[in-house]
Design a protein around this ligand. Structure first.
Ligand code: DX5
Ligand code: ZN
Length: 235
């Protein structure tokens, strides 16, 4: 049932996904309404357990609360040590896409297949120091690869360009795979990521530290369009 939302995510691409990490958690309902007004099609939720990453954020109650207030697909980024322990509760809470970190699990292909059985989209994430070779065993079992352009854990870090080569290689080897980037995305870096073949662009501080979400997202969208135009002109 929720895999229909995966099609909504695919159809939204290329798209900016606001990351719910530094938003106003005291007024999430208003935040979601403002993001929807600003043209957001998919929300990115950063779940951290204080173990896989030093930071601690939120779990199922926030996912469930958001689910009651929006039809937008919920793209849940699990920065946790034991993704399978929480996969089913996350799906029951309303997650539509679950992305686990390859560094967190022993068997990424098994993890991906177990998540897929729950009827949601499945993504695998890798940190900047992790090679894309580590993804090979699971690439046939995932819908999306999340290439981290900062070390998972905190918003507001600067973009690591090593992500661009990973995106290019993945785009060449897997033309139909959804590719997402997360960390340090702004109006400069988003164009580089788009040119490298990325579909989904997670943005935290670039939206939530801006005065107006609509303006910030429109500028990011314009940078994606400019990268596409440049690519078209070059071919
Ligand atoms: C970092 C999170 C990101 C974060 C991005 O571990 O996965 O989603 O919110 O924030 P910015 O855009 O500020 O780098
Ligand atoms: Zn994230």
């Amino acid at each position: 049932m929720t895999r229909a939302k995966l099609d909504m995510i695919r159809d939204a691409a290329p798209a900016v996904l606001p990351s719910l990490l530094i938003c106003d958690f005291g007024d999430l309902r208003t935040e979601v309404a403002k993001l929807a007004d600003a043209g957001t099609k998919v929300l990115h939720l950063d779940v951290m357990d204080g173990q896989f990453v030093p930071n601690l954020t939120y779990g199922m109650p926030i996912v469930e609360g958001l689910r009651r207030h929006t039809e937008m697909p919920l793209d849940v980024h699990l920065m946790i040590s034991d993704p399978l322990k929480y996969a089913k509760p996350m799906v029951e809470a309303g997650a539509d896409m679950l992305t686990f970190h390859v560094e967190a699990v022993q068997d990424a292909a098994y993890t991906a297949r177990e998540i897929k059985k729950l009827g949601v989209g499945v993504g695998v994430a890798l940190n900047p120091d992790t090679s894309i070779r580590d993804l090979e065993p699971c690439l046939d079992d995932v819908d999306m690869v999340l290439v981290m352009s900062v070390n998972a854990g905190f918003g507001g870090q600067s973009f690591n360009p090593a992500a661009l080569d990973k995106l290019k290689l993945l785009r060449e080897s897997h033309p139909d795979l959804l590719l997402e980037i997360d960390g340090g995305i702004n109006t400069d870096t988003i164009g580089q990521a788009r040119a490298a073949g990325c579909d989904l662009f997670v943005v935290g501080s670039g939206i939530f530290r801006a005065d107006d979400y609509g303006t910030a997202i429109a500028e990011l969208d314009a940078s994606i369009a400019a990268a596409d135009k440049q690519k078209g002109a070059g071919t």
